[in-house]
Design a protein around this ligand. Structure first.
Ligand code: GRG
Length: 285
């Protein structure tokens, strides 16, 4: 695959499939199904179907492919569930009580378009829907796959949660002074952004039938990739300016580490290698 592999083609195909799946599975109930009280499903679709990069589900699919899995409907549903959590976090992060943002993905934020109460409910609804999707995907995959999908639910809950995941990172961001050192910044990045990236890769591995060794290697990839992603995002947004030079060299170190984690994988890991390489070069010009 690697001789002829084109990352942009692969990404375009996967993104198209994810978009189709999200559009199909998050429908506005018809009048005979009771309609859409409070325009809640409309507000969920507004944020979910707006043009995001779909990086987390794409990473999940790339991990499943790396361990030799076919990208079946249950695998696609489980990886798309991570986008539901990501979208919920963006809606809540944009609220006046959090970052108070007016625009997201080129459009007014959910609370600007639908009001704060609906935006809060949209996030709540997306969060629970993610776990519903993984459980349902497990049922579709069949009894011999049940344990893998249960494991995927656990991975996602822990990565998204308050005791150790994304919500904890948001709490840290709100409750602590801005990081002074790169090490402090990385503690924040690992929870707030990195946990979901790591989970995306781990979920792809788990539902793809990874061996324990493959799973650990992919977790190592996801951990390095997630922190590197946040360094790149901070550098391009000019956040934590005093750390920019260190963050630039760390970005290279971390993307090298992500690539090194894939050493035992064959050409089926080409999408993951390509994604790490693209992140390493994201700030090149
Ligand atoms: C539980 C009240 C409550 C809020 C949760 C945890 C949380 C809010 C927010 C943290 C999530 C967050 C906004 C992290 C920043 C990570 C980041 C750079 C997001 C943008 O990701 P991209 O670039 O976006 O992948 P697209 O739009 O392409 O999906």
């Amino acid at each position: 695959m690697s001789d002829t592999f084109d990352l942009q083609d692969w990404l375009g195909a996967r993104r198209g499939e994810i978009q189709e799946l999200l559009d199909r599975r998050v429908a506005i109930p018809s009048p005979d199904q009771g309609g859409d009280p409070g325009r809640l499903m409309e507000s969920i679709r507004y944020s979910l179907l707006s043009p995001g990069k779909r990086l987390r589900p794409v990473l999940g699919l790339a991990a499943a492919q790396a361990v030799g899995a076919a990208l079946t409907e249950p695998v696609r549903i489980a990886t798309a569930a991570i986008e539901l959590i990501h979208c919920y976090s963006l809606i809540h992060d944009d609220l006046p009580a959090m970052d108070d943002d007016d625009m997201r993905r080129g459009k007014p934020t959910n609370h600007k378009a639908f009001g704060e109460a609906t935006a809060i409910l949209a996030g709540d609804g997306l969060c629970t829907l993610a776990f519903e999707w993984i459980a349902e995907a497990g049922k579709k995959a069949g009894p011999d796959q049940a344990a893998a999908y249960l494991d995927a639910c656990l991975v996602l809950a822990q990565a998204a949660g308050a005791p150790a995941g994304m919500v904890r990172g948001q709490g840290r961001d709100l409750g602590e002074a801005a990081p002074k050192t790169l090490q402090q910044a990385e503690v924040l990045h690992a929870e707030k952004t990195g946990a979901l990236f790591r989970a995306a890769v781990e979920i792809g591995a788990v539902v793809g039938g990874a061996t324990p060794e493959e799973r650990q290697a992919l977790v190592n990839f996801g951990q390095a990739y997630g922190i590197a992603f946040q360094h790149a995002d901070d550098i391009s947004d000019e956040e934590h300016q005093h750390l920019q030079d260190q963050a630039r060299s760390r970005l290279k170190e971390l993307t090298d580490k992500a690539d090194a984690a894939l050493v035992g994988f064959d050409e089926r890991a080409a999408p993951l290698r390509g994604l790490a390489n693209a992140l390493a070069n994201a700030l090149a010009d």
